[in-house]
Design a protein around this ligand. Structure first.
Ligand SMILES: [Zn+2]
Length: 295
């Protein structure tokens, strides 16, 4: 297998992270705060890519963005944290600045590609990655290939589950409204847990605190409702959890599994796997770098 070096850039709401990657290993990295206006942001993306110290090859760079990518692959339909970029030419402008091609994809989809090539997904032909952080995203790998459709496939954060809260997207009942980091803390507090932070609540639950366990069980139940819809639609049986909140995968999985088993009636508990992804915070950069090399 050729071990080509490629560059991945992960555009986040607060930071732009870039890395030079070879064979899934990040050789060098850079990180800059995300400027909050269009031109400065485009320049910062290009600068971050140049800063990793590798010559940008004719393959160009992969760029992960937090939003639904338009069918053209050049712009983002909407991004709650980066609204100033909505529907603006993005990939083509960065390519112009860099003088090299830019392949852009949704950040969670590219993270799934990273896990497929170099992480927990490498041993699975079909899997779904759920990214759990401030928001909830997803990426779908079928037959070993990333499936994005014209750009929106995998948006599990806005699948409807059983609650009445309104999501940042304006719709009611979205998974993201109960499974983002903030909403999980809310569920924990509603269950009567003292939950100053998710890691602390996690520790309390693991030491047997019943209120914390109940809060996580409630969050896991909502996760299971969404996973069951994925399972029924696609017969995907492997679910990887990534992002910062995935550190509590062990606390979310039991109740998620119970709902999966109940709702996706054609499959049993033994058919499903829910586990933590393995690339951690590097998934976005590694996936974007892999995306630059593919297709
Ligand atoms: Zn929503």
């Amino acid at each position: 297998m050729t071990e080509t070096v490629s560059i991945g850039v992960d555009l986040g709401g607060t930071a732009i992270k870039a890395g030079a990657v070879r064979g899934g290993e990040v050789l060098s990295r850079s990180s800059v705060p995300t400027p909050q206006d269009e031109e400065a942001c485009l320049q910062a993306i290009a600068a971050a890519a140049r800063e990793v110290g590798e010559e940008i090859s004719e393959k160009g760079i992969g760029l992960g963005v937090p939003g639904v990518v338009q069918p053209s692959g050049d712009s983002v339909a909407g991004s709650p944290n980066l609204s100033f970029l909505a529907r603006k030419p993005l990939a083509s402008r960065v390519a112009e600045i860099l003088g090299a091609p830019v392949k852009m994809g949704n950040d969670a989809s590219l993270a799934a590609l990273g896990e497929a090539r170099h992480g927990a997904g490498a041993v699975h032909q079909d899997f779904f990655l759920v990214t759990l952080g401030t928001g909830v995203g997803g990426g779908l790998v079928l037959g070993g290939k990333l499936h994005t459709g014209p750009g929106m496939a995998g948006e599990i954060g806005h699948i409807r589950v059983d609650h009445q809260l309104t999501c940042a997207c304006g719709a009611q009942g979205c998974l993201e409204a109960v499974l983002g980091a903030g909403p999980i803390l809310e569920l924990l507090r509603e269950a009567g847990a003292e939950a100053p932070s998710l890691p602390e609540a996690g520790e309390q639950a693991r030491s047997g605190d019943s209120e914390s366990l109940e809060g996580f069980a409630q969050a896991g139940k909502h996760l299971g409702e969404a996973l069951a819809q994925v399972a029924l639609l696609l017969d995907v049986r492997v679910f990887l959890l990534g992002g910062g909140v995935s550190a509590v995968t062990d606390l979310l999985a039991p109740s998620a599994m119970a709902v999966l088993e109940e709702r996706a009636f054609g499959r049993g508990r033994e058919d499903f796997l829910i586990e933590q992804a393995t690339l951690g915070e590097d998934a976005g950069v590694i996936g974007a770098a892999a995306f630059a090399l593919e297709g």
